[in-house]
Unconditional design. Structure first.
Ligand code: NAI
Ligand code: MG
Length: 509
């Protein structure tokens, strides 16, 4: 904690807010909002970035066929960081050809034990350069350094470690089925967890003996290109992993390339539907990890302070740029008042601003377009008649920022409740019975995740068996581990990533 607040520990704050449930007896958490934290910026002196990045094809960085480049900016400052190559169909074709050759000549013939060593080496190299990755992730995407340092980068390394372990044990994962690789995997990832999504996609593909053409999102290509540098240094045979940058057109060229045997996509439901149509009848396998509209369900026997932290973690940290974000709160009537009061108080203490500052809770919205979309939804919420509450923080004058936002008095039919916003906007509803909670939680087009807060184990098991959600967290939220599968129901997509389940989309018999 910074010097200005060093005299009071965070547990003091907690004990003050939990000492009583009566409003008058509790010093409001907003009391602390006037504290100023001494800036604690992470240094960016040690990072090495080029002014211009080419495409990583067949083990080399090459200029794009189109000769076109686009800027990637820092969304917290709106300053240009570097130029990124815009790959066209010819570049994608070169990447897929390199991947197909590497598959046929080297990678699928290599014993799992040898493949494993390369994947393990990549994991170690990510760890060695963890600080550099974290800083670049935050500069390019806007997420707080605390998150990229403590979540994105360690989890990315762990995914490579975990799948390195599977590479020589596929016969145990699928006994008596003789698993074989599919060939070339075309992988398209979004901007909310750029390095982590690259790891989720590349690690299991390589472990199962496939080669890869990966496209990062246009606003956050840098950590994938840094990963390409590591892959080159690791000595991974040329063509096993190819990284092509560009926009939706580049992604579509990967999806439609006849040499691609499997498509793995994480992003919007709209693009997921386009991809599903495009590959219909081609025999290409696919996993689609799409949007979400998760409910955090707080029962009246829940540990209230823990639940409030879980709600805050679920929707406000990482600016709500999380497909499994807890963007809805369903709170049982008996505790609605206290939960909402504590939530508002907690929102007042959230620090919005410079993502590179280690104290920051909420960084920059990833792009101008995304901020526009979030602000449109805030207007929609107001027009639908919901009650708006925003923290009283001041936003930086430059960059794309959004205040943590709460909507009360929402109803199930509101667009706020039904549609994915992908920003720090929480829609609150109340319920009386378990049945009503299940009904409301499930009555949306998505089914990616949910959170349940209660003291009763039996209630947790009853709820989880009735929730149409791929992941249900109990008395916690947004916990990830490479050994645990992740994926959705309904319009949240299909297929699972992570764990043993995450191998299945990359093998055939
Ligand atoms: P998007 O779905 O357009 O972008 C995701 C990736 O797909 C990017 O790499 C993009 O270049 C690529 N892409 C775009 N069009 C494509 C096409 N026709 N064929 C193949 N690849 C294509 O998402 P966008 O526009 O950045 O965000 C819009 C909304 O999508 C967000 O507001 C949010 O609601 C949702 N979203 C969900 C994510 C998730 O993790 N489930 C991640 C990012 C966005
Ligand atoms: Mg950027």
């Amino acid at each position: 904690m910074a010097a200005a607040v060093a005299a009071t520990t965070s547990s003091d704050i907690n004990s003050m807010s939990t000492s009583s449930t009566k409003r008058s007896a509790v010093p409001s958490l907003s009391f602390f909002k006037d504290w100023t934290y001494v800036p604690a910026p992470e240094s960016s002196d040690h990072i090495h970035l080029k002014d211009q990045y080419g495409l990583f094809i067949n083990g080399e960085f090459v200029r794009p066929h189109s000769k076109r480049y686009f800027d990637t900016i820092n969304p917290a400052t709106e300053k240009k960081i570097a130029e990124i190559a815009d790959a066209d169909e010819k570049d994608v074709d070169a990447a897929v050809t390199a991947a197909a050759n590497a598959s046929a000549k080297i990678w699928k013939r290599m014993p799992g034990k040898e493949r494993s060593k390369y994947i393990y080496r990549i994991a170690r190299m990510i760890q060695e350069r963890a600080r550099e990755f974290a800083v670049i992730e935050t500069m390019d995407g806007g997420k707080p350094i605390r998150e990229s340092r403590d979540v994105d980068v360690p989890l990315a390394a762990n995914h490579f470690f975990y799948y390195a372990g599977w590479a020589d044990k596929l016969d145990y994962a699928f006994p008596n089925r003789r698993p074989q690789p599919l060939g070339v995997a075309g992988q398209i990832i979004p901007w909310n967890f750029p390095l982590l999504m690259a790891a989720w996609k590349i690690a299991p593909a390589l472990a199962c003996g496939n080669t890869v053409v990966l496209k990062p999102a246009e606003t956050t290509s840098l950590t994938a290109l840094k990963l390409a540098e590591i892959i080159q240094e690791s000595g991974l045979p040329a063509g096993v992993v190819n990284i092509v940058t560009g926009f939706g057109k580049t992604g579509a060229a990967i999806v439609n390339h006849p040499g691609v045997n499997k498509v793995a996509f994480t992003g919007s439901t709209d693009v997921g539907k386009i991809i599903q149509k495009a590959i219909a009848g081609t025999g290409k396998k696919a996993t689609l990890e799409l949007g979400g509209k998760a409910a955090n369900i707080v029962f009246d026997d829940a540990p209230i302070d823990q639940a409030v932290e879980g709600i805050v973690n679920g929707i406000f940290f990482n600016q709500g740029h999380v497909c499994c974000a807890g963007s809805r709160l369903l709170v049982q009537e008996g505790v609605a008042e206290i939960v909402i009061r504590k939530l508002k108080d907690r929102m007042e203490t959230l620090i919005v601003g410079d993502p590179m500052d280690k104290n920051t809770d909420i960084g920059a919205i990833n792009s101008k377009e995304q901020l526009k979309k979030i602000n449109e939804y805030i207007s929609i919420g107001v027009n639908e008649g919901a009650e708006l509450y925003q923290s009283s923080c001041t936003l930086p004058s430059k960059g794309f920022f959004c205040k943590p936002t709460l909507f009360l008095n929402t109803s199930q039919s509101h667009r706020l409740v039904q549609e994915e916003i992908f920003g720090p906007v929480l829609a609150v509803q109340t319920f009386r019975t378990v049945e009503e909670a299940i009904e409301k939680a499930n009555n949306i087009p998505y089914g990616l995740s949910a959170g349940i807060w209660t003291d009763k184990g039996s209630k947790i098991f009853n709820m989880t068996s009735k929730m149409r959600a791929g992941v249900v967290w109990a008395n916690t939220y947004n916990k990830f581990d490479p050994t645990s599968p992740f994926g959705g129901y309904k319009e949240s997509g299909y297929g699972r990533e992570g764990g043993l389940h995450g191998l299945l989309p990359y093998v055939q018999w």
